[in-house]
Write a protein that binds this ligand. Structure first.
Ligand SMILES: Cc1cc2nc3c(=O)[nH]c(=O)nc-3n(C[C@H](O)[C@H](O)[C@H](O)COP(=O)(O)O)c2cc1C
Length: 343
C-alpha cells in the first residue's frame, strides 16, 4: 500500500517509510505515540503531536518529549542502517520549559551528513528496534552481570546522560517507598485515573494504547515494587514460583540539566539503554510514578545527589517473551506541507 511518503535525504520513499516505521516503534507513555514527521527532500522534521498530550499525568509534556527522544534515537539508527549518516539539530529556544499548547515547531531536524556504513553494533541495534518490548511480567532470578551493567551505562553516557544503578539497599528502599507513595497519590487523582482508563485494555487490534495482553501480574498489597495494573484486575494471577523477582536491577536515566532539550536527549539515552538491553537479551519495564509526582521527584533528586535530573526509572532483568503492542501506520504520522498538521 502506498503510504505517500516522499523521498528524502537521498533515500526513495519506500526506504523513508521504513525509517519512519522504525522511529514509530519507540516506547511512549500509555503507547500514545505522540510524534509526527514532516518529510522534505533535504530534511525530516520530528514534531510532537499536541493532540496526544496527557495533561493530568504529564502536565509539562516531559514524558511526551522523552518518547519523542526515543523515536529520534530509532530514527538515527534506522537512517544509518539505510546507509545515511544523519546530522541532527535539536530545537532549543522555542521549547525551553514550555508546554506544547501553541505551535512550537519541530523538536528536531534531521539532515544527511553523508553516507554511512553500518557497523555490527548498529545492525544489532536496528534488529532490537522491532524486538524490544515493555515486559511487565516477572523476570527470572538471574542477576545482570557487571559486564552487561557496564554496557548499559555506556549506552546512556554515549547519548550525553547518566545512568544511576540503584545498588545501595537504603537507596533502593527509599525509591521503593517513593514509588508506593506516588502510586497512591496518582490513584487518588480522578483525572489521572481517567487518562489511564482511556488508554489501557485496548483490543489487540487497536493501533495505540496498551493492550491487556501486555499487562503484568495483577498487583497485590505488599508487592515490593508497585507496578501499574494494565490488566485492571483481570491480568494473569500469581502462581507459585511466578512472583516478581526478588532483586531486579533498577536504574534511573538522568539528564545533567532540566528543560525540554534535556528531556529530548534523555529520551534518546533511554532508548539507547533499552535497545542495548535488548541486544544483551535483557527485558525492561518502566516504573514512572515517582518521576511523575512532583513531590516524589523532588525527593528522588535529593536521593540521587546534586547535578542529576531523574527522567526515567527502569527495571531490567531476564524475562520470558511478551506480545508486542501495536503502532499507527506511517501515513498517520505525516505532517502535511501546507498547514503543519496531519495530512
Ligand atoms: C516516558 C515513558 C514512561 C512510561 N511509564 C510506564 C510505567 O510507569 N509503567 C509501565 O508499565 N509502562 C510504562 N511505559 C511503557 C509504555 O506503556 C510502553 O512503551 C507502550 O505501552 C508501548 O509498548 P512497548 O514499549 O512494548 O512498545 C512508559 C513509557 C515511556 C516512554
Amino acid at each position: 500500500m502506498d503510504s505517500g511518503v516522499p523521498p528524502a535525504l537521498g533515500l526513495p520513499g519506500t526506504a523513508v517509510e521504513a525509517v519512519l516505521r522504525a522511529a514509530g516503534r519507540a516506547p511512549s507513555l500509555h503507547n500514545i505515540q505522540p510524534w509526527r514527521f514532516r518529510v522534505q527532500p533535504d530534511v525530516i522534521e520530528l514534531h510532537a503531536d499536541p493532540t496526544r498530550r496527557l495533561p493530568a499525568t504529564d502536565p509539562d509534556d516531559r514524558e511526551l518529549r522523552l518518547s519523542c527522544g526515543a523515536a529520534l534515537f530509532n530514527l538515527r539508527v534506522a537512517l544509518q542502517a539505510a546507509g545515511v549518516q544523519p546530522r541532527v539539530t535539536s530545537a532549543t529556544g522555542q521549547h525551553a520549559g514550555t508546554r506544547l499548547d501553541g505551535n512550537p515547531g519541530p523538536l528536531a531536524e534531521i539532515r544527511r551528513a553523508g553516507p554511512a556504513a553500518p557497523s555490527a553494533r548498529l545492525t544489532r541495534l536496528m534488529d532490537a528496534i522491532s524486538a524490544r518490548r515493555t515486559n511487565r511480567r516477572p523476570f527470572l532470578e538471574i542477576p545482570v552481570t557487571d559486564a552487561d551493567r557496564a554496557q548499559l551505562s555506556s549506552a546512556v553516557e554515549a547519548a550525553g546522560c547518566r545512568l544511576v544503578q540503584l545498588s545501595d539497599p537504603r537507596q533502593r528502599e527509599a525509591v521503593r517507598r517513593l514509588m508506593l507513595q506516588a502510586h497512591r497519590t496518582q490513584r487518588a487523582n480522578p483525572a489521572i485515573r481517567a487518562e489511564f482508563a482511556a488508554w489501557i485494555g485496548r483490543e489487540r487490534t487497536s493501533a495505540d494504547g496498551v493492550p491487556a495482553a501486555t499487562a503484568g501480574l495483577t498487583p497485590e498489597e505488599g508487592d515490593e515494587w508497585v507496578l501499574r495494573d494494565f490488566g485492571q484486575g483481570a491480568g494473569p494471577r500469581r502462581q507459585p514460583g511466578k512472583d516478581y523477582e526478588r532483586d531486579p536491577l533498577v536504574v534511573v536515566v538522568c539528564s545533567y540539566y532540566d528543560g525540554s532539550l534535556a528531556e529530548l536527549q534523555a529520551g534518546e539515552a533511554m532508548q539507547s539503554l533499552l535497545l542495548t538491553a535488548t541486544t544483551l537479551g535483557l527485558a525492561a519495564s518502566f516504573m514512572s510514578q515517582p518521576i511523575e509526582v512532583p513531590e516524589a521527584r523532588a525527593e528522588l533528586r535529593q536521593l540521587l545527589g546534586p547535578g542529576l535530573a531523574p527522567q526515567a526509572i527502569i527495571r531490567l532483568g531476564f524475562g520470558s517473551p511478551v506480545p508486542a503492542s501495536r503502532r499507527r501506520p506511517v501515513s498517520e504520522l505525516l505532517v502535511s506541507e501546507s498547514a503543519g498538521h496531519s495530512a
